[in-house]
Design a protein around this ligand. Structure first.
Ligand code: MN
Length: 464
């Protein structure tokens, strides 16, 4: 399990008794938080009393691969020049918890000893100043540490910090390159690795084809049985279905061998494959492996990171593409889909495996999952490369039930209302340069994206 270091600040001025109490109090707080924080172990660290100790613990946090973030809190006053060198060495995200050990003031007994011991109101301001002066990107959470709202915000921070740690180690495979002439799917892969940690590498589709060709009949049978428990078979064309099942087995092997968390493909580069991966990519995507079509490595990587962030929450998260609209005035809705690759996490009911021809790409008719989409509040998040920086665009959307059946549409689809209204939302998205590919989530909120943007120092535009 990943860890978060809980670091309490003080100083030597107050004597042993006070420092002993600081340690006892902070341990009790860590025990409480460790119970309440879901994805990590909250690990108590000895009280920081000097510049050397601050530097030591923040270097230790930075060097510990299992430590995804630090929580800092000043129980007493802690002169902040002593934090400078440590903060300069810190490479992990920080939450500055502005709280107190005691919820209430002991009006009857409060004296100067109490005041010396419990002065976060004072110490956290001094610490906050130096963080701001140093330009440290951090989350500040103020409130009594047992408050539900405070615990909730710490959990959100941890979700984002764990996702940032995941992002830092994410390996992305591009089968082929971007679809020819498309602008928005391209990007600076070196900058992606510097800023987000994404190690994006090209693989020849032949590397995958070799694995596909070695998939055995038995492997196909086992995987197909597994799929038929989740999906309804709505075709007689088992040759086409089995071809896609082979791709799943091969993709799983490739992903495991190369420690891949996200991939892209492109229908322009499928040499040696009979079909564009449809059912295969849908199935793999449903497990939180990132996917971006047409070489869209940014969407693919972003999807993997946001799926990681959403882990443990209710709701669905995956790639979608803006496709077409229904435009009754005032009731406009969008239909999002793709040629094939819509994740079954969005399915309102049991997806059907079907086989239909594909209009472009010149390949055999691929098997795919077809379904109608879920309803609920969500966000659409796009990442674009502005040339000298990345920009995130996060729009509020409301997923809706499709008003009528679409018996002839051979792909899965999701429909939503653009918020606050069609013209405002769509115009702002277009002004912001938002892509036609996005990661859609009913599990994450704009607050999650804001925090991710802040902690990764990425520009972000909100629409809603
Ligand atoms: Mn596309």
């Amino acid at each position: 399990m990943k860890k978060v270091y809980f670091i309490t600040g003080s100083q030597d001025l107050y004597g042993e008794e006070t420092l002993k109490q600081v340690a006892l109090d902070s341990k009790e707080m860590v025990d409480f938080l460790d119970e309440k924080i879901n994805k990590v172990q909250v690990v108590w660290q000895p009280t920081v009393r000097s510049s050397e100790e601050a530097e030591d613990v923040l270097i230790k946090a930075s060097a510990d691969k299992d430590c995804v973030a630090v929580i800092t809190w000043m129980h007493t006053f802690s002169p902040a020049k002593m934090w400078i060198k440590g903060l300069q060495a810190l490479t992990k995200p920080m939450l500055h918890l502005h709280t107190q050990y005691n919820r209430r003031l002991p009006y009857d007994s409060i004296d100067m000893d109490f005041m010396n011991l419990n002065q976060a109101a004072h110490g956290d301001r001094e610490f906050g100043f130096i963080c701001t002066r140093l330009g440290i990107k951090r989350e500040v959470v103020a409130g009594y540490y047992k408050n539900e709202s405070v615990v909730k915000r710490i959990n959100r921070f941890v979700d984002v910090a764990v996702a940032m740690n995941y992002s830092h180690n994410l390996r992305v495979a591009m089968f082929g390159n971007n679809m020819r002439d498309v602008a928005v799917t391209d990007g600076d892969r070196v900058e992606s690795e510097i800023r987000f940690g994404w190690n994006v590498n090209y693989y020849g589709i032949g590397d995958l084809v070799d694995i596909i060709n070695d998939v055995t009949e038995n492997e196909v049978k086992v995987k197909l049985d597994e799929l038929l428990e989740k999906y309804e078979l709505n075709t007689d064309d088992m040759a086409s279905v089995n071809e896609q099942v082979k791709y799943i087995v091969a993709l799983d092997k490739f992903i495991a061998k190369n420690r891949i968390g996200a991939y892209t493909d492109t229908f322009e580069d499928l040499h040696g494959m009979k079909q564009l991966p449809g059912l295969a990519t849908q199935e793999v995507m449903s497990r939180g492996i990132g996917f971006g079509p047409e070489g869209d490595y940014k969407t693919s990587a972003l999807m993997a990171v946001l799926c990681n962030m959403a882990e443990g929450r209710e709701g669905a998260t995956a790639f979608l593409e803006d496709y077409t609209y229904d435009l009754p005035e005032g009731e406009e809705i969008e239909l999002a889909s793709h040629m094939l690759e819509v994740s079954p996490v969005f399915a309102a009911s049991k997806p059907k495996i079907e086989v239909h021809p594909l209009g472009i790409g010149g390949k055999e008719a691929p098997a795919r999952l077809v379904f109608d989409g879920i309803e609920g509040k969500g966000i659409a998040v796009s990442m674009v490369d502005m040339g000298d920086h990345f920009r995130l665009i996060c729009a509020d959307i409301e997923l809706v039930k499709q008003p009528e059946p679409m018996p002839k549409l051979p792909v899965a689809r999701v429909m939503w209302k653009i918020l606050p209204d069609f013209a405002t939302g769509a115009e702002k998205w277009i002004y912001a340069g938002g892509a036609h590919h996005a990661v859609v989530s009913t599990a994450l909120t704009p607050e999650d994206i804001a925090l991710f943007a802040k902690l990764t120092d990425t520009e972000v535009v909100f629409i809603g």
